[in-house]
Design a protein around this ligand. Sequence first.
Ligand code: APR
Length: 243
Amino acid sequence: MRDLTALTERIEAARRIVVFTGAGMSTESGLADFRSSRGHWKRYDPLAMASVEALQSGSHAFYDFYRMRIEALQGVAPNRGHRVLARWEEEGRLLAVVTQNVDRLHQTAGSRNVIELHGNLREVFCTGCGRREPSTLLLERTDCPSCGGRLRPAVVLFGELLPEGAFAEAERLTEACDLFLVLGSSLTVSPANAFPALAKASGASLIIVNKGGTPYDGRADWVIDGAIGETLADVDEQLSRQG
Ligand code: APR
């Protein structure tokens, strides 16, 4: 087991941790991320698959891409990393989880204060009347059962603004935290990738756990180039030993 003593002590001492997660949080649950060697954007063009223009074009590629991801969500479960975070929230260690992920595995694992910056793929809504439905409906149809309008995933597409309330709440929490813990994000997509710098500017420590580098590694207090599940499980074990 790696020596995570210093990291564990920092987490133990923190009183207001904000955890910031990206797609790397869910790969150990079997979901692909976007930019690692097996990520979605290594196989698909993000603008052709996940942009407002792609939605408006009603392209088959757009709907096939999201149907593939909705099917991938069926039957996946939170991994040990999600479960550790849910318990740390229960133990009063975390202010919140701010996530870029749309799989809702944090909530399924029991995390209650989860800020979704990019919406969620568990729901779709009608672009005409706004009716919301479970996203599995998109596996059957793309027209709204109520008004015949076009159904779309409840995720933020490239070219769209992030949900105002979620962004403001994430900003407030990031400014209030004493430790900002990044888990599994390449930190390459704005505006979500501005939060680590905001945390540092607000006086918090910055820890990044990610396989592979990020543009913020130079400003982090700790960088762990390793698997999230194993790292969180090791830290959690040391925390419980400290009692
Ligand atoms: N442990 C640690 N790191 C991991 C693991 C793991 N088990 N699995 C993957 N990673 C790392 C990858 O190496 C990669 O650096 O997680 C990072 C995930 O980065 P991205 O694939 O870019 O995902 P993310 O940062 O969440 O992307 C942000 O981009 O396309 C949009 O809307 C999409 O929310 C997404 C946003």
